[in-house]
Design a protein. Structure first.
Length: 397
């Protein structure tokens, strides 16, 4: 059997089998300026644009790339564009976690059959070089999943190699910042996970939705005893696609003495669920965080006391499970303010940015994994305390 017939057979068996995260689309107030923010601070290449100059009359799109991460920044050019109202309600943020599949129409039809609500009917965008088919369903709150299938010039492999346009109407973009970033890489490779905040009492609904509609499975489970401080708490369950290509933790606020960060997010997001953070994976946490800090990325600050106890907690867990202790220089980890956590499979290094826009909504996480497949549960307490300090500064506690 050839690869093509193998893939066709797999699709017939499961039209929702995911090939990749195609892109993550943000709705932003000014894509031209936001592109330079993400390029300068996070080292993204401003790879391609679609705007009035390329024949796009209703929106401007900037495709930012780094490793296998593709962020698509979209700004409406007309008041009637659906993004215009969303920006008014939510500010800048993530709209779409788009997923590459073999056949976007088949994936969409299967998802609808499984109970999904449509957001965008199948649409074919093509020219003489190839075709991109997109079809979108709603997920929690304002977020959607677009299924994308690509042929010819626009096949994802061609886009990844940097030789192809993202879609018809896109054009390659040249900028000195791209040359600078090529010489000074930040090492971000792909989206490790994408976390959604949903309303209180709705987490299990969306867990079930990812099982029923997308065929995802539960990956890990925390309860509010794990993830709480004296004041605020959350509940979180992690859903993963069949091939573990994408993990989608879902948070809901839990009862606490003070306002939880999930509640704060919802209040600044028109009480509407949405994406809370994207975790971007690196192989070298120290190098990436040092590069990002030097570019001005604003990370959450942890109290120095965090490092008084972290090594005992983490290294004893590792040794207990037959692993070597954390190999990176402990002093440098502290100097860079990186968080560490361990479980029975190994350890991870992670660090969270402050909000990426003026509202306390979306942020990024920079993560590297050394065996551990979890999400830094042991850091949640320290993290929440740090977050609460920030919330207090914003007058939102
Ligand atoms: Fe995370």
């Amino acid at each position: 059997m050839t690869t093509a017939t193998t893939t066709a057979a797999a699709t017939a068996a499961d039209p929702l089998a995911l090939h990749d995260v195609d892109h993550v689309r943000f709705y932003v107030g000014n894509a031209k300026q936001a592109a330079y923010f993400y390029a300068h601070t996070f080292g993204f290449r401003v790879d391609q644009i679609a705007d009035l100059t390329t024949g796009s009359r209703d929106e401007a799109d900037y495709l930012l790339t780094q490793g296998n991460i593709r962020l698509l920044l979209t700004t409406p050019l007309t008041k009637d564009h659906p993004a215009a109202d969303e920006i008014r309600r939510f500010g800048d943020g993530v709209k779409d976690i788009a997923l590459t599949v073999e056949d976007a129409v088949a994936a969409y039809e299967q998802a609808i059959k499984n109970g999904a609500e449509p957001w965008g009917e199948p649409r074919e965008i093509s020219d003489d070089r190839g075709t991109v088919v997109v079809a979108s369903i709603k997920t929690y709150g304002r977020a959607v999943h677009t299924f994308v299938s690509r042929t010819g010039h626009y096949a994802l492999d061609n886009v990844k190699k940097g030789g192809a346009e993202f879609m018809p109407v896109f054009k390659k973009f040249e900028s000195p910042v791209n040359d600078y970033n090529a010489k000074n890489p930040c090492g971000l490779m792909y989206v490790d996970h994408c976390v959604g905040n949903v309303e209180e009492g709705k987490m299990n609904h969306w867990v079930q939705w990812y099982e029923d509609v997308m065929g995802f499975k539960m990956f890990k489970h925390f309860d509010d005893k794990d993830i709480s401080t004296e004041y605020s708490a959350l509940m979180s369950k992690v859903m993963a696609s069949g091939n573990h290509l994408i993990k989608m933790p879902i948070n809901e606020p839990a009862e606490g003495k003070k306002k939880s960060q999930i509640q704060e997010y919802l209040e600044w997001h028109d009480m509407t669920p949405g994406v809370q953070h994207l975790a971007l994976r690196t192989d070298d946490e120290l190098k990436s965080v040092a590069a990002l800090r030097s570019r001005g990325v604003d990370f959450l600050n942890l109290p120095d006391s965090y490092y008084d106890i972290v090594w005992e907690r983490v290294n004893s867990t590792l040794i207990q499970h037959g692993h070597d202790p954390v190999k990176e220089d402990h002093t440098r980890i502290k100097d860079l303010g990186i968080l560490v956590d361990a479980d029975d499979e190994g350890y991870l290094l992670q660090l969270f940015t402050k909000p990426l826009q003026d509202r306390p909504t979306l942020f990024f996480e920079i993560i590297s994994r050394h065996g551990s497949q979890s999400f830094g549960k042991g850091n949640f307490k320290a993290l929440f305390e740090a977050l609460e300090l920030e919330q207090e500064r914003r007058g939102n506690l």
